[in-house]
Write a protein that binds this ligand. Structure first.
Ligand SMILES: Cc1ncc(COP(=O)(O)O)c(C=O)c1O
Length: 318
């Protein structure tokens, strides 16, 4: 469940003042110690693959751009990263990079990092800069039409008392990498990780988890160790609008195994059905997932007028 195919190159990097627009010193504290915060934002081109000129004219749009920028700023604050950017400046830089990349469906990756060469772990003296990289990103549903098989990882999320788990920091992705690598080696597509203290379901390696039981939609609450995903929020908003009984709460592994439907939700993953968790196989009937995934796709494709505020046009903004 990755945003970009392996070996695919990013198509544009906005990293002002650096050689070739790309080079960062090897001694950079962000590289040496994972001290950077970042976001992943999808940019959709509704016209792609459609024969409707009216939609083509509407061009590309970034999905929930402002929510992502707010989370980036919050991640920096939580980690203690000092920088000089306000919301509007970050927004302008992301849109500029997206425009310059000139690709239809992309994944925008703003990163607040330090180029400073320093091997300590006190971040107070370091200067952090914004870079934005743009990657091609095919629609995830096209890459995983049949859904995915996952395992329950032996590797749990970091404790909420070890790390500010609401922060999207580069260093903390080693936790996801270990779990995903281990799952892939065992033949699974992804892993579900548990909260280290409660032992309850937390999230997948780069996506949040949902289950459907008796027509009711449930997702782990933020009391456990998980990222407050923007797609997670999107799914809950849409579900409530669609009249689906929706709740955040404590979720045990047994709840997942007992569920009628399980799916993942994240920016890179979008909405992807889980076909099996270890040897528990789910049936192909997923009415709640199908309804939610259809509405989500209609909104990002602008086939429905609702939630236009979630789509920031790339071309006409400065
Ligand atoms: C660990 C983790 N959980 C959840 C998510 C889903 O978050 P979002 O929907 O904001 O992309 C991501 C993706 O960024 C993630 O890396």
């Amino acid at each position: 469940v990755i945003a970009v195919a392996r070996r695919q190159r990013s198509v544009h990097t906005d990293l002002p003042g650096r050689k070739n627009g790309r080079e960062v010193p090897f001694g950079s504290n962000s590289l040496q110690h994972g001290t950077a915060v970042f976001e992943g934002i999808r940019c959709y081109c509704p016209a792609l693959g459609q024969a409707e000129p009216r939609l083509a004219a509407q061009g590309r749009a970034a999905f929930r751009l402002d929510a992502h920028i707010t989370r980036l700023l919050e991640s920096a604050r939580l980690i203690g990263i000092d920088h000089a950017y306000c919301h509007g400046q970050i927004r302008a830089r992301i849109l500029k990079a997206a425009r310059a990349s000139a690709i239809a469906n992309s994944y925008l990756r703003p990163v607040l990092f330090t180029p400073q060469q320093y091997l300590g772990v006190d971040l107070r003296s370091l200067t952090f800069e914004l870079a934005v990289e743009v990657w091609p990103a095919p629609v995830a549903a096209q890459r995983y039409p049949a859904g995915i098989r996952v395992t329950i990882s032996p590797w749990r999320r970091p404790a909420r008392t070890s790390f500010p788990v609401r922060a999207k920091a580069t260093g903390s992705y080693v936790v996801s990498a270990v779990a995903r690598t281990c799952a892939s080696a065992a033949g699974f597509d992804d892993a579900i990780q548990l909260d280290p203290e409660s032992g309850r379901v937390a999230e997948a390696t780069i996506a949040n988890v949902f289950l459907v039981s008796g027509g009711r939609l449930r997702t782990p609450w933020l009391e456990d160790s998980l990222l407050a995903g923007i797609t997670r929020d999107t799914v809950m908003v849409l579900a409530r609008e669609m009249g689906i009984d929706t709740a955040e709460g404590p979720i045990e592994v047994a709840d997942l195994l007992d569920a009628d439907e399980v799916f993942l939700a994240g920016t890179a993953s979008e909405l992807i059905p889980v076909t099996a968790i270890d040897d528990r196989i789910y049936g192909p009937r997923r009415p709640v997932f199908a309804a939610l995934a259809g509405t989500f796709r209609d909104i990002v494709s602008r086939r429905r007028p609702e939630h236009a505020e979630w789509l920031t046009p790339i071309e006409s903004q400065s």
